[in-house]
Design a protein around this ligand. Structure first.
Ligand code: NAD
Ligand code: UGA
Length: 443
């Protein structure tokens, strides 16, 4: 099948490479000339395990092409995926300007019937909005070309994007058209091999499903973080509690790891967007608002522990924090809404210096933090700790899981470790002579 993907970010490029890998002919369109140029030269601009190999192979075998021209991308395509960003606007609502721009251009440039698919995460009602934008442009051109707008939200997570796309738990397609449903079924047949994996539903239900899924997952995280905060106060250990509740199959062990709050390009913005949508329809989403509030506070929990520790010594001013991890989670270079940024902002505002290391996200972090003279980003894990007064871990990269604690002690001026991901065992840390502080566990 001939497919056009508009927007070659985490979702667009993965979708394109995976469709091409399964035999579709895919043309990717992006407005960013540098991104397109690099992709044509086999250089992938985002870090996503397994993606570069897929992109290179399918590009060299001719099933995957890249262009900045939407008109070229549309020419042969039966299906057009919109996979551009949908960030929060200043009020926290979903900013649809990029989706609108693509819809306008599709309406202006399409020359044959199309199925236009909203894969970006968009508020309920956006398919209708895209439909009316395209219809308006066609009318202005005096053309009557058949098209449909379908919702096909994406559930992949960064770091596992290729495997999530290749082996999805489900593929949701929102459409009222049997013909569109049949085309999407054919396209997804190699991925959703068992029949029940492809779920066809109404367009608005599909749009709502995406927000409900992300808000449910965010709720699990804020819930366990709240439990962790209570555990600390009552002398319980959240890791034990997690095991205890996870054993109940109705609850499960997954996605209830406490930490420094959820970050990333999706949960924070999607939680806020659903609150905004509910508000628009006159409903106050109280539970989802609480999820957001708990998360905002959780991003500052580690900074509070650090401030509290140094309080008797005159505060953190002039002290240095050695920081491991900058990305919002392991296996990604994505810095969007990363909890590390809140921690750094909070501590440097008080005059603390931060020497930080991340295996992949250092360069992106540098772009964001370059004006903060108290921050230094280094290329080596040990270098971040050398001469620091304490250390903190905020990203759960595997390479941080089993470090040489004797070496760490030799690098730091004092053995003090703040663990935002509960990577280490408190009793072992005590044996190793560390002052050790984690999330929801006794020091
Ligand atoms: P991204 O920011 O990584 O990529 C978006 C791309 O779209 C950029 O390369 C940009 O240059 C391009 N673009 C913008 N306007 C364009 C236009 N008019 N024409 C062509 N290209 C244009 O975004 P992302 O992280 O892939 O997210 C895309 C959407 O998918 C969002 O709605 C997001 O919520 C959703 N989503 C993301 C993930 C994820 O893990 N990142 C997972 C599921 C869903
Ligand atoms: C999330 C969802 O998991 C995807 O299904 C969804 O498609 C995507 O958002 C999206 O809509 O963009 P992602 O943001 O890539 O994917 O990463 P997650 O693995 O979900 O992690 C999100 C945040 O929650 C990270 O900061 C992570 O560290 C944190 N987290 C996750 C916890 O603190 N505890 C957990 O138990 C799990």
């Amino acid at each position: 099948m001939n497919v056009c993907i508009v927007g070659t970010g985490y979702v667009g490029l993965v979708t394109a490479a995976c469709f091409a890998e399964m035999g579709s002919t895919v043309c990717c369109v992006d407005v960013n000339e540098e991104v397109v140029r690099n992709l044509c030269n086999g250089k992938v601009h985002i870090y996503e395990p397994g993606l570069e190999t897929l992109v290179k192979r399918n590009y060299s075998e001719g099933r995957l092409t890249f262009t900045t021209s939407l008109a070229d991308g549309l020419k042969e395509a039966r299906v057009v995926f919109i996979t551009v960003g949908t960030p929060s606007d200043e009020q926290g609502n979903c900013d649809l300007r990029y989706v609108d721009a693509v819809a306008r251009e599709v309406g202006q440039k399409m020359t044959s019937p199309k199925i236009v698919v909203d894969k970006s995460t968009v508020p309920v009602g956006t398919a209708d909005r895209v439909r009316s934008i395209i219809a308006g442009e066609l009318e202005a051109r005096g053309e009557a070309i058949d098209f449909d707008v379908v919702s096909n939200p994406e559930f992949l997570k960064e770091g596992d994007a290729v495997s999530d796309f290749m082996k999805p738990d489900r593929v949701v397609v929102g459409t009222e058209s049997e013909e569109s449903a049949a085309v999407l079924k054919e396209l997804y047949a190699p991925f959703a091999r068992s029949r029940e994996k492809l779920i066809i539903m109404g367009v608005r239900s599909a749009e709502m499903t995406k927000y409900a899924a992300n808000c449910m997952l965010a709720t699990k995280i804020s819930f366990i973080n709240e439990v962790a905060n209570i555990c600390e106060r009552v002398g319980a250990d959240v890791s034990e509690v997690r095991m205890g509740i996870g054993a109940d199959s109705r609850i499960g062990y997954h996605f209830i790891y406490p930490g420094v709050g959820y970050g990333g390009s999706c949960f924070p913005k999607d939680v806020k967007a659903l609150i905004g949508t509910a508000d628009e329809y006159g409903y106050e989403a109280r539970l989802i608002k609480a999820v957001d509030t708990v998360n905002n506070d959780q991003k500052l929990v580690l900074a509070s522990k650090i401030k509290e520790y140094f309080e008797p010594q005159g505060g953190v001013k002039g002290k240095t924090l050695g920081l491991w991890g900058l990305a919002f989670k392991a296996n990604t270079d994505d810095m969007r809404e990363a909890p590390s940024l809140e921690l750094i902002r909070e501590l440097t505002a008080l005059g603390m210096k931060v020497k930080a290391y991340d295996p992949i996200a250092g360069e992106r972090a540098m772009d964001i933090l370059k004006d903060n003279s108290l921050v230094e980003i280094v290329d080596e894990q040990c270098e971040a700790l050398s001469g620091a007064d304490c250390m903190a871990v905020v990203t759960d990269w595997n390479q941080f899981r089993n470090p040489d604690f004797e070496q760490i002690k030799a690098l730091l001026t004092a053995p003090i470790l703040f663990d935002g991901r509960n990577l280490y065992a408190p009793d072992k840390m005590a044996q190793a002579g560390f002052a050790y502080f984690s999330i929801g566990r006794k020091p």
